[in-house]
Ligand binder design. Structure first.
Ligand code: ACO
Length: 429
């Protein structure tokens, strides 16, 4: 196979190297394009642009493959747990027994938040969206840990990592407690990551709280399935913000803000809102699909379609199965699940969706699981953020550890007015 690409502009030929990844993915290295030709590329939505070399996550959208550090997501879902998966993503290898124990112990030293931080919760309106609180609170962490305020490396980065992984569930659960007027429940370090989160969400100081093992299992699975997804919108945001030399808290805070968008992580909340609307209208989704296909303003089949997956999303396959299992274990029958399954069946047979290669994505069934566990609708995207945190961290770390990192600074093709002079106010019509 040729390892150069030829570009001809104005009768002049230029050669650019083709680089190949470990899974034989090929890309044209245009680092010298502007220097040599004076031209830039234009790529709306970065549909064809690779922004970095990365050894963290591999996905093949045609074949529905997703692997963290080479290990298929299906194997991790079956055998691993969230902290081990986080370690794998961040440090590149599965931990030994000792590394695993140390990681867990060190992390549990950082699960509480500074008592002064609790007062911020009084300042937010009670009905504030928890994603806004999450993003603000994470950025605030740098005011409490000022030694990590400039871009951390080495030991300081290790502390930022442990603090974020330890504190994010606490920050998230406190925002929920505040919204319903209940006292904050402090972390319990003897519990697993997911069980501790469930206790902080649903426990009250007046009673013992028993974690439902089926709920714990389902939450752990969802956290793992969300843990990384290479250069998606929020991860690219984390890298872009971090490339300016910010600390980890600032970069992750920006990533949380990006994830909130309804075309990205915010879709999980929108899916359940859509299913509820269909239910309230008394339909099975047929009319709704017509509205989607007629391209009514703002109407999309939420939880369907993906920039990269054009066959199936392997996470959706695992989540659908887990959803069935959880509901039957908990003895729950959710009419929204029936509507979702009917919608999926109809869409997968419909030319509109088939032609555009639109399939259920990670968000289509995850909301049904969150509902079964008792997570309120506006916390769904927060669950996604907790799951995605190790991926954001791993990508930030890979970026700051790389000697090739440059500040992210795209170019543009200017289309505004050409040179003209300032007109004084009195002379304007
Ligand atoms: N419902 C209806 N039509 C859709 C949908 C959908 N969910 N998704 C894509 N399309 C159509 C588009 O209208 C477009 O049609 P056209 O070519 O006739 O104009 C075509 O399919 C291609 O879609 P684009 O929006 O160009 O694809 P893109 O890669 O830019 O967008 C995205 C991907 C944002 C995920 C899109 O599929 C979407 O909006 N899905 C619904 C929101 C969602 O579920 N987001 C979560 C994604 S997963 C994640 O971020 C965690």
């Amino acid at each position: 196979m040729p390892n150069t690409a030829i570009l001809e502009v104005d009768g002049k030929r230029y050669e650019f190297p083709i680089i190949e990844g470990s899974e034989n993915e090929r890309g044209i290295d245009i680092s010298n394009l502007r220097k040599e030709t004076g031209l830039i590329t234009l790529d709306n939505g970065y549909m064809n642009t690779g922004s970095c070399l990365s050894a963290i996550t591999y996905l093949d959208g045609e074949k529905g493959i997703l692997r963290y550090r080479g290990i298929p997501i299906e194997e991790l879902a079956e055998h691993s747990n969230f902290l081990e998966t986080s370690y794998l993503l961040i440090y590149g290898e599965l931990p030994t027994k000792k590394q695993s124990e140390d990681f867990r112990t060190n992390l549990t030293r950082h699960t509480m938040i500074h008592e002064d931080m609790k007062r911020f919760y009084d300042g937010f309106p009670r009905d504030a969206h928890p994603m806004a609180i999450l993003s603000s609170a994470v950025n605030t962490l740098s005011t409490f840990y000022q030694e990590e305020e400039s871009q951390p490396h080495g030991r300081k980065l290790t502390y930022s990592i442990l603090r974020l992984l330890g504190k994010l569930p606490t920050i998230a659960a406190f925002s929920y407690k505040k919204s319903i007027g209940q006292p904050f429940v402090y972390p319990t370090n003897s519990l697993t990551y997911s069980a501790n989160f469930l206790k902080m969400m649903f426990g009250v100081p007046a009673e013992e709280y028993e974690v439902n093992p089926a709920a714990e299992h389902a939450l752990r699975l969802l956290f793992m399935l969300h843990a990384d997804h290479e250069q998606n919108c929020s991860t690219s945001t984390v890298r872009l913000v971090g490339s300016a030399g910010t600390n980890l808290y600032a970069a992750i805070s920006a990533g949380i803000a990006a994830l909130w968008g309804h075309l990205h992580g915010g879709a999980n909340q929108r899916v359940v809102e859509m299913l509820k609307r269909i239910q309230a209208e008394g339909g099975d989704g047929e009319k709704f699909l017509e509205r989607v296909k007629n391209r009514e303003e703002g109407v999309r089949l939420m939880g369907f379609g993906h920039r990269v997956y054009k066959n199936f999303d392997p996470r959706a396959t695992i989540i659908k199965k887990a959803c069935d299992n959880l509901l039957s274990k908990m003895g729950i029958s959710d009419p929204l699940l029936d509507i979702a399954m009917k919608l999926e069946e109809a869409a997968l047979k419909d030319d509109y969706f088939v032609e555009r290669k639109l399939y259920p994505n990670v968000d289509f069934y995850s909301g049904i699981i969150y509902r079964a566990i008792g997570i309120p609708l506006n916390m769904f995207t927060v669950m996604f953020a907790i799951g995605r945190l190790p991926g954001w961290i791993a990508q930030f770390k890979e970026m700051v550890d790389s000697p090739d990192t440059k500040i992210g600074r795209p170019r543009q093709v200017y289309t505004g007015p050409v040179h003209r002079h300032y007109v004084p106010l009195a002379e304007r019509g």
